[in-house]
Design a protein around this ligand. Sequence first.
Ligand SMILES: [Zn+2]
Length: 87
Amino acid sequence: MVIETEQREVGDWIDAAVASEESVLAGALEDQRLTDPTRGKTVDDSAWECEAWGDPIPQERREAVPGVRCCTSCQRAIEVTERQHRR
Ligand SMILES: [Zn+2]
């Protein structure tokens, strides 16, 4: 019984972590809609770290996408989220 309780607690913690990650992504998506962050931006405006997850953004990506604010993996997640919203 003790083990079952612990498993349930871990499950709740994971649910909470997933929920908070989703809200961070939703916030990043909202920011992107409001500000269109890459318009008129230069590499100097690119973030060094992903706004959502804090992962470092490679210099190549900063140069390729001036004004970039998210790493590749969450940019992909944001694009998927946008597609789902458009449905
Ligand atoms: Zn990221």
